[in-house]
Ligand binder design. Sequence first.
Ligand SMILES: [Zn+2]
Length: 428
Amino acid sequence: MSYFSQMQTFTAVFLAALALTVGLRLWLARRHIRHIARCRDNVPADFSVHIGLAAHQKAADYSTAKTHLGMIDLAVGALLLLALTLGGALQALHDTWLRVFDAGSYAQGIALIVSVALISGLIDLPLSLYRTFVIEARFGFNKMTLKLFFADLVKQTLLGAALGLPLLFCVLWLMRWMGEQWWLYVWVTWMVFSLLVLTVYPILILPMFNKFTPLENGDLKSGIEALLAKCGFRAKGLYVMDSSRRSSHGNAYFTGFGAAKRIVLFDTLIARLAPAEIEAVLAHELGHFRHHHVWKRVAVQFAVSLVFLWLLGYVMNQDWFYAGLNVQARSTALALTLFFLVVPVFTFLLHPLTSLYSRKHEYEAEAYAARHAIPANLIHALVKLYQDNAATLTPDPLYSAFYDSHPPALLRIARLKRAVAPGQSQPA
Ligand SMILES: [Zn+2]
């Protein structure tokens, strides 16, 4: 194929993939909204004892509002992508920074990437404000003040710069000096960086945003300690996080590895669930730990990033890659930016696979919880959490297959009920 037709072919393939992804996502969102509307007047039988019609309808309206906003977000993102690529904005940004910094300098490359990140952040800002102060507030979940919202934003931006800029410099340096095999060096750098962030995240980063206080002595603490002993699990500490400053959604998790393992309970969870129910939720989290889910996920991410870095190494040497996206100049920073802008357009169809993988882990954790805690307590906890988070019990099945990291509530509870069914051996 001639250069010109290669370039035109790539433009056509990009536009077709973008249309397919955006079209598919909008179609899924509409299906989801319609499905929820059809189920709005009936609480699913398994839940009718625990969840009233009003709570069910609140969950339906909340999910619908979030899905509508997601559709707007999607359209805005697609327009921004088109403006940056075919619209010529990326080339214009490149030219603008050339007037300030030397061609091909690190400063020019970093300025280009940072400006693209800032522009998309600024465009996201109104949607993010709307999500927090209109949707979350309307359904009674938002506890955030405008001041806290912007304080978080400033901190996140500074943190992103402190972590991202040295990494970016390092990557651009390796791409320039490591020859044809640069992608292998970048891959190793990326792995080291990710593991470092994973290590310091609970100790240094989370405390910038939340306060952690040791869990007070009492029924809850002794119950949790008994559970940990039964599961053969040693944690470095039991903490309560003040998540109620931002939102009333409840959760529990634990972070860190090796000697730095710590268990964190949201204060909103403690306020809402009985100690035995919190233990059941924690048993689920311990299941994730016992099955090494974090490490399995990290391993998959590393394997996938190796493939993508190799691919970046290939396309950045192809003229059609730049020209097909309406970029005339050539630089490593441009290649990097273009690549990370357009890759999601081509990978959305793989989304159901990652969701499936995540749901497999959830089932494993749930089975572990059913063996180590009392399943009925986990059922009660789940019902309360679904109600408090106003998560819809009736997602569209196809939408759920694409997006849901957790199995639908009805399936989760059905499985747990089988675990408490008479005739089966009860967990010790
Ligand atoms: Zn889980």
